[in-house]
Design a protein around this ligand. Sequence first.
Ligand SMILES: CC(C)(COP(=O)(O)OP(=O)(O)OC[C@H]1O[C@@H](n2cnc3c(N)ncnc32)[C@H](O)[C@@H]1OP(=O)(O)O)[C@@H](O)C(=O)NCCC(=O)NCCS
Length: 170
Amino acid sequence: MTKSAPASIRDAVTGDLPAISTLYNHAVRETTAIWNETLSDPQERRRWMGERLAAGFPVLVAEVDGQFAGYGTYGPFRPHEGYRDTVENSVYVTPDLQGRGVGGALLDALIERARAQGLHVMVAGIEAGNAASIALHAARGFTETGRMPEVGQKFGRRLDLVLMQKMLQR
Ligand SMILES: CC(C)(COP(=O)(O)OP(=O)(O)OC[C@H]1O[C@@H](n2cnc3c(N)ncnc32)[C@H](O)[C@@H]1OP(=O)(O)O)[C@@H](O)C(=O)NCCC(=O)NCCS
C-alpha cells in the first residue's frame, strides 16, 4: 500500500460492526479520544448503529485498498429539541492508517451529509491534547468556540475539552 492510497467512503453495513467495535475498543483502552472505560462488542455496536440510522444520522466507513480503515458518524449534540439542527461528530481511523488523509476523507463526507440534511452546525468535542484531531478539524474550517478545563478524566488524570464548531451553511 502506498502512503497516498486514497480512502473511499461508503455507508456502514452490519458486516462492518466487528471492525467498528475493535477500533472503538482500541480507542477506549489506549486513548483519551473517548472518555469511556466500558468496552463494546458487535452486538452493542449493532444497537448503537441501529439507533443512529433510525434517527436519520449516517454511519460511514472508510476503506483503503478495500480494507476497513475507519469510521465516522454524527448524532445529536444535546438531547433537547432546540439543538435539532446541531450535531456532534466522531471520527476514528485504524492506527496503522492514521496520518494519510483517511480522517479527512471521513470528515469531508460527514460535512456533506450534514449539509444535505439541512443541518446548521457541526460540533467536535476534542481532548485538548489531541493535536491530530484539532488539526483535522481546523483544516476543514472548524474553529474553537469553547475550552473547558478538567471536565473529564481518564487514566488517572483530568482532561480538558476543546469544543470546535463549523457553520454548515455555505
Ligand atoms: C484524529 C484522527 C481521526 C485523524 O485522522 P487521520 O486520518 O490520522 O488524519 P489525516 O491524515 O486526515 O490528517 C488530518 C490533519 O491532521 C494533521 N495531523 C495528523 N496527525 C497529526 C499530529 N499527530 N499532530 C498534528 N497534526 C496532525 C495532518 O497533517 C492533517 O492536516 P492537513 O489536513 O492540514 O494536512 C485519527 O488520528 C484518529 O483516529 N485518532 C484516534 C481517534 C481520535 O482521536 N478521534 C477523534 C476524536 S475527537
